[in-house]
Design a protein around this ligand. Structure first.
Ligand code: PMV
Length: 321
C-alpha cells in the first residue's frame, strides 16, 4: 500500500511565537492563518522491509540528522497504532525549503495525514492536526483550508487547529520571494532565544488575545482592512520581540524594508494591501483577489520572484497503490 497526501502551506495573520511545552509543541498563544493554494507539499509513504526509515525530500536522500528527526516523528505513529514497521517517505515541496515560506507547515501536515492512513489510524482531521503539530507547530493549521485557528490548549489533547472560515471571498496573498536560501536561524531556536532574553516578549504575548478577538470580528465581517491592520501590527510586534532579544535576531534584509515601503505606497494609492513576515526575509502581502492584477502591475518592475496565491483547501490523502 502506498499513500499520497497533499497539504497546503499557511501564512499566519496572528503569529505563533514561543512554546509553553517544547516536547509536545504546546504554544504560548493562539494563532490564526490563511491557507495558500500556491504553496504545498506532496508526500508519499509506504512500509519497507528495512530496519530503518528512509526519507527523500525532492528526490534527494536526506542526511542523518533529518533521518533521526523523521524517525522520531514516525515513532509517534508506530506507538499509537502498535504497528512496528519502517517507512519510506518521499516528499516534494513546491515551497523553497526553510526560507520562511512555511515548508515545515505543509511538510508535516502532508506527512501526518499520509501516516494517519498508512498506520490505519483513520483519525478525523482535528485529531490529525494534533499529530501534525508534533512535527512543527504551524503544521497543525495546514490540515485545514481557509482561515484556521490553532487553539493553544494546555496539553496534547487540547492543542489543535479548527477551521474558522472558508475564506471563499475576495482575499488573496502575494508573496515576494526576496531570498529563497535556507534561513540563518531556525524558528525553533529563535523562539527559544526570544523567550529567554527579550524583555518585550511577555508584553507581546499578553496582547495577543486582543488581536485574536479583533481579527475574528474582522473575519466574520469579511473586513479586509481590519484583518490586514491587525495582522500587520501583530507581525511587527513579533519581530520587535526578536529584535529586542540578546543577541538580537533579525530576519529583515534590505529588500524586506523596500517591500514594506512598497506596500505602504500601494495603500496610499488606494489598494487594500498589508504586509506580514515570518522567520525569513520574504514579505507576504494580504490583498483583495480582485485587485491582484493591478497590484502586480505595481510590483513587477521592482521585484522579480513573485508568487500569487489564492486560498487553499483542506489537506487530502488517497491510496495510490
Ligand atoms: O511551526 P514553526 O516552528 O515553523 O514556526 C512558525 C513560526 C512563524 O511562521 C513565524 C509564525 C506562524 O505562526 O506560522
Amino acid at each position: 500500500m502506498k499513500i499520497r497526501a497533499k497539504a497546503n502551506a499557511n501564512i499566519a495573520l496572528i503569529k505563533y511565537w514561543g512554546k509553553e511545552n517544547e516536547e509536545l509543541i504546546i504554544p504560548k498563544n493562539n494563532s490564526i492563518s490563511l491557507t495558500l493554494d500556491a504553496l504545498y507539499t506532496i508526500t508519499e509513504v509506504e512500509f519497507n522491509d528495512n530496519n530503518s526509515d528512509v526519507f527523500y525530500l525532492d528526490d534527494k536522500l536526506q542526511g542523518d540528522m533529518e533521518h533521526e528527526k523523521i524517525s522520531k516523528y514516525i515513532d509517534i505513529f508506530r506507538k499509537l497504532s502498535g504497528i512496528n514497521k519502517y517507512v519510506n517517505v518521499y516528499s516534494f515541496n513546491n515551497v523553497p525549503t526553510a526560507a520562511g515560506l512555511a515548508s515545515s507547515a505543509s511538510g508535516y501536515a502532508a506527512m501526518a495525514l499520509a501516516l494517519n492512513s498508512l498506520f490505519q489510524l483513520n483519525l478525523p482531521k482535528e485529531e490529525v492536526s494534533k499529530l501534525a503539530r508534533r512535527g512543527s507547530g504551524s503544521a497543525s493549521r495546514s490540515i485545514f483550508g481557509g482561515i484556521v485557528e490553532w487553539e493553544k490548549g494546555f496539553d496534547n489533547d487540547s492543542s489543535k487547529a479548527i477551521k474558522l472560515d472558508d475564506a471563499n471571498w475576495d482575499i488573496a496573498m502575494i508573496i515576494l520571494v526576496l531570498n529563497g536560501n535556507k534561513k540563518s536561524i531556525s524558528s525553533r531556536e529563535a523562539m527559544r532565544k526570544t523567550m529567554e532574553t527579550s524583555p518585550l516578549y511577555y508584553s507581546h504575548v499578553n496582547h495577543i488575545s486582543n488581536d485574536i478577538k479583533a481579527i475574528k470580528e474582522g473575519i466574520a465581517n469579511k473586513d479586509l482592512q481590519r484583518i490586514g491592520e491587525i495582522a500587520e501590527h501583530n507581525a511587527m510586534r513579533m519581530h520587535a520581540t526578536m529584535l529586542s532579544s540578546n543577541p538580537p535576531i533579525m530576519y529583515f534584509e534590505e529588500k524586506s524594508i523596500k517591500a514594506i515601503n512598497k506596500v505602504k505606497e500601494l495603500r496610499e494609492k488606494g489598494y487594500l494591501a498589508y504586509y506580514t513576515m515570518d522567520a525569513g526575509p520574504n514579505v507576504k502581502i494580504l490583498c483583495k483577489k480582485s485587485e491582484v492584477d493591478l497590484i502586480m502591475n505595481e510590483l513587477v518592475d521592482e521585484f522579480d520572484n513573485i508568487i500569487i496565491s489564492g486560498v487553499g483547501q483542506d489537506a487530502v490523502a488517497e491510496e495510490i497503490r
